[in-house]
Design a binder for this molecule. Structure first.
Ligand code: 5RP
Length: 224
């Protein structure tokens, strides 16, 4: 089974976690794109969605799904999103698709985070995937030095020789070489650094459920 097929399988399985008559939080990425396509088939059963990126919003709207702003809705029943890494407690690294800030905002407004991922994302310890950090551009070099002091090598995310600009108009650092022993403490600490918009560790907004795609089927992991 290909990685793409595993993603399609968990995207389909996620429909069982979509409550009828509610607003659903929708993440970003290739796995979520498959979930959005599935959601299009049951769009009449939900009130609409809150989206975590311009890319997801465009795809949702193209399918005729109503997209609300976070400020237009109260608590969101469920947030469904992918991950770059997920550990045995439901802590994640996210932001490979540059949408980490809005993803964390929608996750914080949601009762339950359901992570959809293929089995390659399951790790014992976070940190092998380069950690995405959204930063205010004028602070990028200082923040990179702060990561260097922790043993990390930070690089500005760029495309075609230009810095990638997030949906919020900011830059991204990708930090290699970190070993994140205590995700909660790490997230809290980096959040305090001036100029950090969002760090891609999702420990305070961790997954409650992970639908993990494996060749023998979808395994449901639950976290306390
Ligand atoms: C986007 C994300 C994605 O959830 C993460 O990068 C996983 O993406 P994919 O489903 O394409 O593997 O955090 O910012």
């Amino acid at each position: 089974m290909t990685q793409d097929e595993l993603k399609a399988m968990v995207a389909r399985a996620a429909l069982d976690h979509v409550p009828h008559g509610e607003v659903v939080g929708v993440g970003t990425g290739s796995t979520v794109n498959k979930f959005i396509d599935e959601l299009g088939c049951i769009k009449d059963r939900i009130v609409g969605v809150v989206s975590s990126s311009d890319a997801s919003t465009a795809r949702l709207k193209a399918l005729g799904i109503s997209v609300f702003d976070c400020n237009e809705v109260g608590e969101i029943a469920v947030y469904i999103d992918g991950a770059d890494e997920i550990d045995g407690q439901g802590h994640m690294i996210k932001g490979g698709g540059a949408a980490l800030t809005r993803e964390k905002i929608v996750a914080a407004q949601s009762r339950r985070f359901v992570c959809i991922a293929d089995e390659s994302k399951r790790v014992d310890k976070l940190g092998k995937f380069p950690l995405p950090v959204e930063v205010i551009p004028m602070a990028a070099q200082r923040i990179a030095r702060q990561f260097a002091a922790l043993g990390g090598q930070a690089a500005l995310r760029a495309k075609d020789g230009q810095p990638v600009i997030t949906d919020n108009g900011q830059h991204l650092l990708d930090v290699r070489g970190l070993s994140i022993d205590d995700p909660l403490a790490f997230e809290s600490a980096v959040n305090q650094w001036p100029g950090v918009v969002t760090v891609g560790v999702f420990a305070h907004q961790k997954a409650r459920v992970c639908l993990l795609g494996r060749p023998d089927g979808v395994r449901t992991l639950t976290f306390g």
